[in-house]
Write a protein that binds this ligand. Structure first.
Ligand code: JB2
Length: 209
């Protein structure tokens, strides 16, 4: 598959991982945008092209390569959605031919996206995360490394599923949720809720607040 050149928005730790995905997938990276010209990815030799709000050149598409979901949301809302790159998929990932990946998605090494799954724009499917059959992941949602969504799980937009979290089949997780690392989710989570633990419970309940 031939890819158009991309510009990474961000130059920190997450951007370095996204850069490696692009290189492995033969996606040409023209450079990066970051408010810090001396950011880690620039220091590693990738061209710094200006601050984060620099207009995307007409010869390139963009990938948002900052991890913080709130910052990513600001960028999504500012930029034209049709200028986002096609999904960047590490060659070690397994993506069903029946899965649908929207623009700006990054699929990290060893991830699995199974049959009929739908991954919304700019979602991060991080290292060895798994989306089982018929799962849906909302725009700008992050499945952190090792997280596993069972079959028919749906996750709304702007939600963080923490490292090594498991979600049992059929559960619905809303928008702007936070699921703490190492959690096991066995029931639905409403939008805006923050949960953690095994089984996952509202953090407010756990802390007694
Ligand atoms: O408004 C801003 C901003 N605008 C651009 N606030 C902050 N904090 N950073 C901003 N940036 C740029 O994003 C910074 O100049 C910096 O280069 C980059 C953030 O880099 P950092 O290495 O701190 O985080 P990251 O977003 O690359 O990675 C985070 O998220 C990943 C998913 C880390 O928590 C990683 O450990 C995690 N894997």
């Amino acid at each position: 598959m031939t890819h158009q050149p991309v510009i990474l928005i961000g130059g920190g730790g997450h951007a370095g991982v996204v850069f490696d995905v692009c290189r492995a997938a033969s996606i040409p990276v023209l450079g990066l945008l970051d408010d810090e010209a001396d950011c880690p990815l620039a220091r590693s030799g990738i061209a710094w092209l200006g601050p984060t709000n620099t207009p995307i050149p007409t010869n390139a598409q963009y990938i948002i390569a900052i991890g913080a979901l709130a910052l990513r949301r600001q960028i999504i809302d500012r930029l034209a959605s049709d200028r986002a790159a096609n999904a960047a998929i590490h060659p070690s990932a397994v993506v069903s031919p029946t899965a649908k990946l929207e623009r700006g998605v990054v699929i990290m090494p060893g991830a699995v996206v199974n049959r009929n799954a739908h991954v919304g724009a700019h979602a991060i499917i991080n290292t060895r995360a798994v989306i089982e059959h018929d799962g849906t992941v909302g725009e700008n949602t992050h499945l952190a490394p090792g997280s596993v969504l069972g079959g028919n799980v749906s996750v709304g937009q702007d939600t963080l599923i923490g490292i090594n979290t498991g979600v049992v089949p059929g559960v619905h997780i809303g928008e702007q949720c936070l699921v703490g690392a190492g959690s096991t989710v066995i029931g639905d989570i409403t939008s805006g809720e923050r949960v953690a633990g095994v089984p996952a419970r509202s953090i407010d309940v756990v802390s007694g607040l």
